[in-house]
Design a protein around this ligand. Sequence first.
Ligand code: NDP
Length: 248
Amino acid sequence: MKRLDGRVALVTGASSGIGEATAVALAQAGARVAIAARRRDRLEALASRLRAMGADVLVLEADLLDEHVAQRIVADTERHFGKLDILVNNAGVMYLEPVIEADLGRWRRMLELNVLSLIASTQAALGGMRARRDGHIVNISSTAGRIANPNAAAYSATKFGVVAFSEALRREVHADNIRVSVIEPGVVETELREHIGHAATKDSLDAWAASMRQLQPEDVADAIVFCVTRPSHVNVNEILIRPTDQER
Ligand code: NDP
């Protein structure tokens, strides 16, 4: 008997990085897993790996910037597997640049993905969880949700927002036996920094990351699995996890 036998998880942003590693870790622990992102080829490759491990997988090609997609992937998961126990809201982008020269269109899309789509998928999942008096929402914030740095104003606003949303949500739904956890990783070696358009910011962040032994996506996945495998009376509200070498 594995720790998550019988449980159903949905992981957003599962086509790379933390989401991909989390889908693998949840499947290894026995969960049935729905995996969502835009890049279908990456999701299909991951699904093949998971099925080779004996896992039951649902691939959901999804652009979460489309406002109805968050609800759709939750509904598809519930229809396919009969329920949704664990929602990992991981999909996110990090657009960094000084406020004075920021592309507000890009920042709007980042706010929509990192905050509004997370809220929408959470709202969609709560109905089934409340009816069954069982569920766990895991939201991925960041150390940038605890410390605000120059050139990261809007990214930090999204991640502080995720922390605030998670705490208010926890207080709203704990009486329904629904748990809420927020994970705040420091520097993780993924594709996230590749999308930074501002060259000077990207160079300095890349140099900073190269100066340390970065977290690997599997390290964060371990923290998520820890949260969702506690007994039902234990709610791990928050995990802040940095590389040992990361000071701030
Ligand atoms: P990746 O870039 O590897 O993963 C981001 C994921 O989000 C991808 O699967 C991507 O899939 C998905 N995504 C992006 N845009 C959309 C969209 N419009 N619709 C659906 N999915 C989308 O980076 P990470 O694994 O590092 O990032 C995962 C989370 O971790 C993010 O929320 C990030 O802010 C957070 N984080 C990362 C840290 C780090 O240092 N790496 C530190 C702290 C937090 P696709 O492109 O296929 O749609």
